[in-house]
Design a protein around this ligand. Structure first.
Ligand code: GDP
Ligand code: MG
Length: 328
């Protein structure tokens, strides 16, 4: 083994050597390969390790590990929306998910700490949004199950570390996602109308902008970008802008909250129905219960209507915060 590997790769190698189960071996080997600098001198080593990895993954135990991992990526949707937190290693994805949700993914200086996606619920106003912490994006190992998960989510929060090399983190992550044909919605014009591409709304989080001192660095990063990204500076550590972030995420989900009012009673303002922006009274009725949709005669609306309790037709378009009484 060449001794001129950087210390983090040597450390990863040690962890790989100590791995006991096939699952651990696969995970540690992926990590080790990812941390080896790629050049002529390491070509052979990397080639050998890749073959070893592929052997492990296709072995009978390995196949079991891979299918268990796939299962870990099938995360059931909960709450008002499903949002993935992605990025390269050590940018603070896990720290953000910890700070924003009830989940407690491990946060560490060691790269590749997060192996399985970890969902948590983030309360915003009177709804809950599901945030999913994910393993780092890396050129060395693309997890197909992660890409499938990202194709299903409503929003991608792409985290970069403003203190190291945010531009590189952003470019690397975007390039890796593009390899799996996942591209930011705002770049849609650049791609042909083609079902093989998945367009997702992105929000870039410039993490570790702990205090005002770092705003200048953030501004420089922004100026270096050759296009306008939806982006905001945040800090998982000091909590800076996290409240604003929660609202931004809610806004970007493109959903509205509707309160059902049973006839003669008050609506329950703690339990909104969350439906897509642009939904009609009919869509709302379907969300409450299929029977409502079938038997719906009329509806009264408080909020967006011209006057309180106005009778509206089935195709009336609802707005966030409306109170609706369905009549059958
Ligand atoms: N100063 C500062 N450090 C942070 C912040 N967020 C995360 N870190 C540190 O960055 C390292 C990597 O964090 P982690 O959440 O494990 O990164 P991940 O690999 O993207 O999940 C840890 O040492 C964290 O303590 C932040 O907002 N400010
Ligand atoms: Mg992590």
């Amino acid at each position: 083994m060449p001794t001129n590997l950087p210390p983090e790769a040597q450390e990863a190698e040690r962890r790989y050597r100590e791995a006991k189960t096939t699952e651990e071996k696969i995970a540690r080997l992926e990590e080790f390969i990812a941390l080896i600098p790629k050049h002529k001198g390491t070509e052979h080593l990397v080639g050998d390790l890749r073959r070893k990895l592929s052997k492990l993954r296709t072995s009978p135990q390995g196949a079991k590990v891979v299918s268990r991992r796939d299962a870990a990526y099938r995360i059931e949707r909960e709450g008002a929306g499903q949002v993935a937190v992605v990025g390269t290693t050590n940018v603070g994805k896990s720290a953000l998910v910890r700070a924003l949700t009830n989940a407690e993914p491990e946060v560490s200086d060691a790269p590749f700490t997060t192996w399985a996606p970890t969902p948590g619920m983030m309360p915003v106003e009177n709804v809950q949004i599901q945030l999913i912490d994910t393993p780092p994006l890396s050129a060395e190992f693309v997890e197909p199950a992660l890409m499938d998960l990202l194709r299903r989510v409503d929003l991608i929060l792409l985290v970069v570390d403003v203190r190291t090399d945010p531009l590189q983190h952003l470019e690397e992550a975007v390039a890796l996602l593009a390899q799996s044909r996942i591209v930011p919605l705002h770049r849609k014009d650049r791609y042909p109308e083609d079902r093989r591409w998945t367009f997702k709304p992105f929000l870039v989080l410039a993490n570790k902008t702990d205090s005002e001192e770092w705003d200048e660095v953030y501004d420089i990063f922004r100026e270096l970008l050759d296009e306008d990204w939806p982006m905001m500076p945040v800090s998982a550590e000091t909590g800076r802008n996290l409240e604003r972030l929660k609202h931004e995420v809610f806004q970007r989900l493109g959903v509205i909250r509707i309160y059902a009012k049973p006839p003669g009673k008050d609506p329950d303002f703690t339990a909104p129905f969350v439906i897509k922006k642009g939904s009609t009274v009919e869509d709302f009725a379907a969300a409450v219960h299929q029977d409502f949709l079938r038997d719906l005669k009329a509806a009264r609306v408080w909020g967006s209507a011209q006057f309180d309790g106005q009778m509206v037709p089935r195709d009336y378009i609802l707005q966030d915060g409306d109170v609706v009484e369905l009549r059958v």
